[in-house]
Design a protein around this ligand. Structure first.
Ligand SMILES: C[S@@+](CC[C@H](N)C(=O)[O-])C[C@H]1O[C@@H](n2cnc3c(N)ncnc32)[C@H](O)[C@@H]1O
Length: 364
């Protein structure tokens, strides 16, 4: 799966453990789906999932993994299309020039292949579902040969070893079941969603803008050849496309508005201790829904933090303050007993772990 800061891949077992313990949950919405990892895990549980995010690439993932039903997709045709796309002749264009020559995110031989495949997808795909599956395959293939630490604000000084590999399209792992893909502002969508049992909420939590951090995926999907700026070659609209969730002065109001707009019976929220809101803020806002319980989970930070901080020339420029952080899951709902029961095993596990961390060796 694609490298994505804030992906909840590592805490899927905890998320699913909570959802499975809540009775009568059939229809769920992942309002900030990103990679769609959480939405996929929910779909695998047999739930109907609405997968939403403002990013164009996330919508492509949602159409592929959530909206497409593996039972009805013509896999033979997709396999033939992928084989055809794999054979198209490399043809350097905007992508190669911008991201492989002006910047060094990909090696030019792969850039030329990406350019050619991206144009070919528009001519061979006969409907939106096919196009999204092919684009997903291209995004994942490009991610496997990039030369970054997982963010598109900078690229490595020396080519990453994986960037030498040839681009290889693979069949995405499609899931059986029904779902819906949306690309809406979560706060606007929240006002219209009225048939959802549980909403999963994982918004941006600090100043880092997803639109800027993943500008290349946005451009690859839109195929709109925008003007770019700076060493990172970001789309010019990165200057104006800002989420209120990225602003310390606005996040509280926008999160409060989201929570009060949702009519789902249960809200499951991810936040971590690197965000603008702290536990008390979140608990206070959620308390208007009803009863609130939360649990903390230790979490390895994103790969960039493990490797170090680099400037756009790939030079190491700073020290990473810490390698682990704490991810919190909050569950809010009107029924206190259900909320407590759903959270109990994880809270117990967390308190045992914390007790272990602070335990004192018995005197011998
Ligand atoms: C923390 S990430 C979600 C990660 C996701 N749970 C995963 O596991 O991949 C936050 C997401 O919110 C999206 N986003 C930012 N502002 C938004 C808004 N107003 N409405 C919907 N999505 C938004 C970003 O594009 C980003 O994908």
């Amino acid at each position: 799966m694609i490298k994505y800061i804030g992906s909840k891949r590592a805490i899927l077992p905890q998320i699913i453990a909570i959802v499975r313990r809540i009775p009568d949950v059939h229809r769920v919405c992942d309002l900030f789906a990103g990679t769609t990892r959480v939405a996929q895990a929910l779909k695998i549980q047999g739930l109907f999932v609405v997968s939403n995010d403002l990013a164009s690439y996330s919508e492509v993932f949602s159409r592929t993994y959530i909206q497409a039903d593996a039972r009805t997709v013509d896999r033979k045709r997709i396999a033939e299309l992928l084989a055809y796309l794999q054979r198209v002749s490399p043809h350097p264009g905007y992508f190669t020039h911008t991201f492989c020559e002006e910047a060094r995110y990909f090696q030019p031989h792969n850039g030329a292949k990406i350019d050619a495949i991206r144009q070919a997808i528009d001519s061979v795909a006969t409907n939106g579902e096919e196009k999204s599956i092919l684009l997903t395959s291209l995004l994942l293939a490009a991610d496997r040969v990039d030369s970054t630490t997982g963010l598109q604000m900078a690229y490595l000084k020396e080519w990453a070893p994986r960037s030498y590999q040839p681009l290889e399209l693979r069949m995405p792992h499609l899931l059986p079941g029904e779902g819906l893909a949306l690309r809406r502002d979560a706060n606007l969508l929240a006002k219209e969603l009225d048939d959802i049992d549980l909403a999963y909420i994982d918004p941006p939590y600090n100043q880092h803008s997803y639109f800027s951090n993943y500008h290349i995926w946005e451009t690859l999907v839109r195929n709109d050849s925008p003007e770019t700026y700076g060493v990172a070659q970001k789309r010019v609209d990165c200057r104006v496309n800002k989420s209120p969730y990225n602003l310390k002065s606005e996040i509280r109001a926008v999160f409060q508005d989201l929570v009060s707009s949702l009519r789902a019976k249960y809200l499951l929220i991810s936040f971590n201790n690197e965000g603008f809101l702290d536990i008390d803020d979140i608990e206070g806002i959620l308390s208007e829904v009803g009863y609130v319980a939360y649990v903390g989970i230790d979490f390895k930070r994103y790969v960039g933090a493990q490797i170090g901080i680099f400037n756009p020339y790939g030079e190491k420029v700073g020290k990473v303050s810490h390698l682990r952080n704490r991810e919190y899951l909050f569950l809010a709902g009107r029924d206190r007993q259900i909320v407590e029961e759903a959270m109990r095993p994880l809270r117990l596990a967390d308190s045992l772990q914390q007790a272990d961390l602070f335990s004192v060796e018995p005197a011998s």
